[in-house]
Design a protein around this ligand. Structure first.
Ligand code: MIC
Ligand code: SF4
Length: 643
């Protein structure tokens, strides 16, 4: 008997162009929309320019400025000017600084059910909240898609999350995704799409769905998706975009690879404890720990309804004297509507510190906590040091838990709160796209502005017959891209300047690494499981490439980072036998003899440890396309477009 289809496979099939549509096989899909943000955007557009294509070939491409908005030197503002002009020239919409966080604005103004979207930011799956196949990708993949090229993914397994029941008051969408993370872990989504279905879906608004798909990135999933239903229709109509709506859902008898059931009514307020989004416990279990800071916002929880709930909780009260409460609405639309209805005044009155609608503290752009400070955040990542304070303890919570705790001064279960937080979605959102600049009709008249901070991106060489390199670094499990290349207010301005940024590669883990890697000339990094989890930042591949890294040998890789390594021509090798991790040490000399031939033949890669004499067998599963990319020394070399 043929079983019904999952929702995500329906959309993927409709966009499928290349490869066998079979689980585990690489497929190429057509991309309808792209987005970039400023911290990854400059590299993406430099690569797009290197491809020599005049105008984007997508239905809609948008460049957002939301990450690097703290301008404490010329660098960020120069990068904004570059992105503004390059967008204008090549057919890309430009969302100005101050207009909001890319994912929130894209959901409001551009997302279309049933379409494909890739973005140079790992939280692009926010678009799954309105039924898009929305994936985070490296900047080069986004550049290729803008040029009309396909986006390649391994056709994932599909995990069906069956939602039943209804959330209790003061239990929120954030608690749903925290529960999924608790059950599946930060590796649980690798090679999978998370598809939500069941009766419980109906009771969740679009912003609530988007909170859930947004933070699906922390599962390592390819993407997460909700069906498009009457609720989606109402949301789009309220955004003045009802005409783009269509109904889409999985077949009732759709076959999932795994089913996870969640009774929404059984959930309670939860928190992800330091330092991992899957270290989830109930707020009750953690108890009333003293807090120093509360931050509300980020692409996970900055919608109008989240903010209105927060305002309702704060109304007429005062933030605890030992707590600093920071609030950043997600978009200009949200900000403006809060101002018009008076909710903003309730927040200000209570003592909240309102910041512009941007990523802000989520990426360490200001508002770092005090030393050893406890910070409750409605964000999606609590990796060690990401807040900008090395020893801060960051807990990820819902807006309700955050607001109630900010008043109490200790972590508090919001269910005891007596505020009325029944929010009805507006019939019409306030629509004013005056901060979104359309591209020029004729791009040839536009001159691209390049400030002195913008340096060329590094290029790899063809893979040699035999690769000899020394182990320049050995790290453990769950290395995040924040470990590989920290962000924060001080370093983000270097995103367009790889030589300067390279001095901070693995700074928190081993500050000697950059100098050692340079000294070795050609280097290898040895890693544990889930190497490269977290952000889509291509810099985590480009900077090691600049420092001479030619291969990573790890127990396993996170999806986007593995794709970025391949695009840069860095070999992502996995140990056939994980115990071999112990047979390689820092400084060892490794040799991959006849590596070109090995790759061509698809055989296992034997890594000879010349220091110990050991031979270590590694896997390098590659599609034919990926083999060619590796041999050429990266995607741009392969397409022959690198100028
Ligand atoms: C993040 O949340 O880590 C970022 C900053 O948005 C990144 C992108 C980046 O590193 O610029 C992401 O998630 O992809
Ligand atoms: Fe911005 Fe934070 Fe969202 Fe990344 S996770 S896009 S830094 S708000």
């Amino acid at each position: 008997m043929v079983m019904g289809q999952t929702l995500c496979y329906k959309i993927l099939k409709a966009h499928h162009v290349e490869g066998e549509f079979k689980k585990g096989e690489e497929i190429g899909i057509r991309i309808d929309q792209t987005l970039t943000q400023d911290a990854t955007g400059t590299m993406a557009y430099l690569q797009f320019e290197a491809m020599g294509i005049d105008r984007v070939k997508t239905e809609r491409s948008v460049a957002y400025i939301d990450h690097n908005t703290l301008q404490s030197g010329f660098e960020n503002a120069d990068d904004h000017a570059y992105i503004r002009t390059v967008a204008k020239k090549h057919g890309i919409y430009y969302s100005r600084p101050g207009n909001g966080i890319c994912h929130q604005v894209h959901l409001e103004r551009f997302g279309v059910p049933g379409k494909t979207l890739i973005g140079s930011d790992s939280h692009t799956p926010t678009g799954g909240g309105i039924d898009m196949i929305a994936c985070g990708a490296g900047g080069l993949d986004v550049a290729v898609a803008m040029g009309g090229g396909l986006y390649y993914i391994t056709l994932p397994e599909v995990v069906g999350v069956k939602l039943t029941g209804k959330l209790s008051p003061f239990v929120s969408a954030k608690d749903v995704i925290l529960e999924v993370l608790r059950r599946l872990s930060v590796k649980g989504g690798v090679g999978r799409i998370i598809e939500y279905f069941g009766e419980g879906v109906k009771g969740l608004s679009v912003p609530e769905r988007a909170t859930i798909t947004n933070m699906g990135a922390e599962l390592g999933a390819t993407t997460s998706i909700f069906p498009s239903d009457e609720t989606t229709k109402k949301f789009l109509e309220a955004q003045g975009r009802g005409e783009v709506w269509s109904e889409l859902s999985a077949d009732p008898d759709a076959e999932y690879d795994q089913i996870v059931e969640i009774d929404l009514g059984s959930l309670e307020p939860a928190a992800a404890c330091p330092h991992s989004p899957d270290n989830v416990k109930s707020v009750r279990e953690i108890g009333p720990i003293k807090i120093d800071q509360v931050c509300i916002g980020s692409c996970t929880n900055s919608s109008l309804s989240d903010m209105l709930k927060v305002a309702a909780i704060l109304k007429g009260k005062t933030v605890h004297p030992e707590v600093s409460l920071v609030i950043g609405p997600g978009s200009k639309q949200v900000f403006n509507m809060l101002a018009e209805c008076g909710a903003l005044s309730d927040m200000i009155d209570a003592g909240a510190r309102i910041i512009e609608c941007a990523c802000g503290p989520c990426i360490g752009m200001g508002q770092s906590p005090n030393s050893a400070g406890v910070s409750l955040r409605t964000f999606n990542r609590n990796f060690e040091g990401r807040s900008g304070t090395a020893d801060a303890q960051v807990y990820l919570v819902s807006p309700e838990t955050a607001a109630v705790s900010a008043l109490a001064g200790v972590l508090t279960d919001p269910r005891g709160c007596d505020a009325d937080i029944q929010i009805t979605m507006p019939e019409k959102f306030k629509i004013n796209d005056n901060m979104i600049d359309p591209p020029a009709e004729d791009g040839s008249t536009v001159t691209v502005r390049r400030g002195p901070n913008i340096k060329e991106f590094p290029k790899n060489e063809q893979l040699p017959e035999t690769l000899s390199a020394r182990v320049a670094l050995k790290v453990g499990d769950n290395i995040t891209t924040d470990h590989i290349l920290p962000a924060g207010a001080k370093l983000l301005p270097l995103r367009s300047n790889i030589p300067a940024y390279s001095a901070y590669c693995f700074h928190q883990v081993d500050p000697e690494f950059p100098a050692r890697a340079k000294e070795y000339g050609r280097g290898v990094i040895v890693g544990g499981t889930n190497y490269g989890q977290g952000s889509s930042r291509e810099h985590a591949a480009l900077v090691p490439l600049y420092l001479g890294i030619r291969a990573i040998v790890a127990k396993s890789f996170a999806r986007i980072h593995r794709a970025n390594l391949l695009n840069s021509g860095i070999l992502p090798l996995t140990f056939e036998n994980e115990a071999d991790y112990d047979r390689i040490s820092l400084g060892d000399e490794l040799e991959l003899a006849g590596i070109r031939e090995v790759i061509e033949s698809g055989a296992k890669v034997v890594v000879k440890n010349k220091t110990t004499g050991d031979e270590i067998v590694c896997d390098l599963p590659l599609s034919d396309r990926q083999k060619k990319i590796c041999l050429a020394g990266g995607l741009l070399n392969y397409t022959g477009n690198c100028k």
